[in-house]
Write a protein that binds this ligand. Structure first.
Ligand code: PEP
Ligand code: MN
Length: 366
């Protein structure tokens, strides 16, 4: 899949790209007041507002609907910010296009459903309007990629992914667990795809937004989507996770932006030297694993000749106990060494089982 780089569809792009605005458009005044405050924050380029809200329970506020699109047109006219809304149905796409919304996004409760995504993709054919695809609510990378592929298949190449975390049963700290390896894997699988983090929906709490935003920068995400409201506690949806424009400016101002490469020659030299050391150590590690496996095979043959099982629990327990003691003395984390030895031991048992089976087959065919 080819994706148009972000700087080709957002002019004068700076890192991070910031998308801000309320969870929901509530009134013309709230929308315009927020947008005017946001236009003074340099990194904010895109205004967001939910117009049709996918609520978990019926009977809660479901968005003001199409009339808010007029308010968004005013935002564009008065502030120069690009506008974006969530679309969940072909009818939403049609309305958003009619009112000149610049960018659309597909929410987490929609990207989970291939039928719904395909219907949206069909409605988008022939437009090439930029689309941002939020991760599905469950931690399924293929489903997220599938939604992106469906949009791309409609001829859209201005696509970004939004990482908003995943629902799980147990979530003491965050509203949605981030599982950072999933968006990182997405970047590997779909090179060139911009990935934006939504710390508001990950944390569910405004006090935690700064730390998650920093983490997103540290894993080299391209932007942030942060819910912003002039009076967050009075917001009609997601009140606890919204911040004021002033708080948003502080969060962005406090970010430490790191780069993949440093201009310092001394640092690059030092890094190169340390990496050479790692390469040498890994070589020794692998050679030792090979020597270990040679001994495992000798044991396998001896056990087979003497009719002893490959797995001997008492030996495994004793070995693990000893290795963890050594690890502790060396200051290595117990969990790390335990996981490594479980894999090493499982492979040894498997190798010995294979040896026994081949001995048995030889005997059977004699
Ligand atoms: C939102 O952006 O307000 C929203 C509903 O998000 P999500 O789809 O990530 O839950
Ligand atoms: Mn929200």
């Amino acid at each position: 899949m080819d994706f148009l780089p972000l700087n080709k569809w957002i002019t004068n792009l700076k890192k991070p790209l910031v998308i801000a605005g309320p969870c929901s458009a509530e009134s013309e005044e709230q929308v315009l007041q927020t947008a005017h405050a946001l236009k003074n924050i340099e990194d904010v380029r895109i205004f967001r507002a939910g117009v049709w809200k996918p609520r978990t329970r019926p009977g809660t506020f479901e968005g003001v609907g199409t009339k808010a699109l007029v308010w968004l047109s005013k935002v564009k006219e008065e502030t120069g910010l690009l506008t974006s809304v969530e679309v969940a149905k072909p009818d939403h796409v049609e309305k958003a296009l009619e009112f000149g919304i610049d960018i659309l996004w597909i929410g987490a409760r929609t990207s989970v459903n291939p039928f719904a995504v395909q219907e949206i993709a069909d409605a988008l054919k022939g437009t090439n309007i930029p689309i941002m695809v939020k991760n599905p609510i469950n931690a399924d990378l293929s489903l997220w990629m599938g939604a992106i592929e469906r949009i791309h298949g409609a001829g859209i190449n201005k696509i970004a992914a939004i990482h908003r975390g995943f629902s799980t049963l147990d979530e003491p700290r965050y509203r949605n667990r981030p599982f950072w390896r999933i968006p990182i894997e997405l970047k590997h699988k779909l090179p060139g795809l911009p990935v934006i983090c939504d710390p508001s929906h990950i944390t569910g709490k405004r006090d935690l937004i700064a730390e998650v935003s920093q983490k997103a920068m540290d894993v080299d995400m391209d932007g942030l989507m942060i819910e912003t409201h002039p009076n967050p506690d009075a917001a009609w949806s997601d009140a606890s996770q919204q911040v004021t424009p002033a708080m948003l400016a502080d969060i962005i101002g406090g970010l430490k932006l790191r780069t993949e490469f440093s201009p310092s020659r001394t640092f690059e030299h030092e890094l190169e030297g340390l990496r050479e050391q790692i390469d040498r150590i890994d070589r020794i590690l692998l050679e030792n694993l090979k020597s270990r496996m040679d001994v495992v095979e000798k044991i396998g043959k001896a056990k087979s000749a003497n009719n002893v099982t490959p797995l001997q629990l008492h030996r495994m327990d004793a070995m693990m106990k000893n290795r963890l003691e050594v690890a502790l003395a060396l200051g290595l984390p117990e969990k790390y060494i335990k996981e490594i030895y479980e894999v090493v031991h499982a492979e040894s048992v498997k190798r010995q089982t294979d040896i026994m089976n081949s001995f048995q087959n030889d005997k059977d065919s004699e």
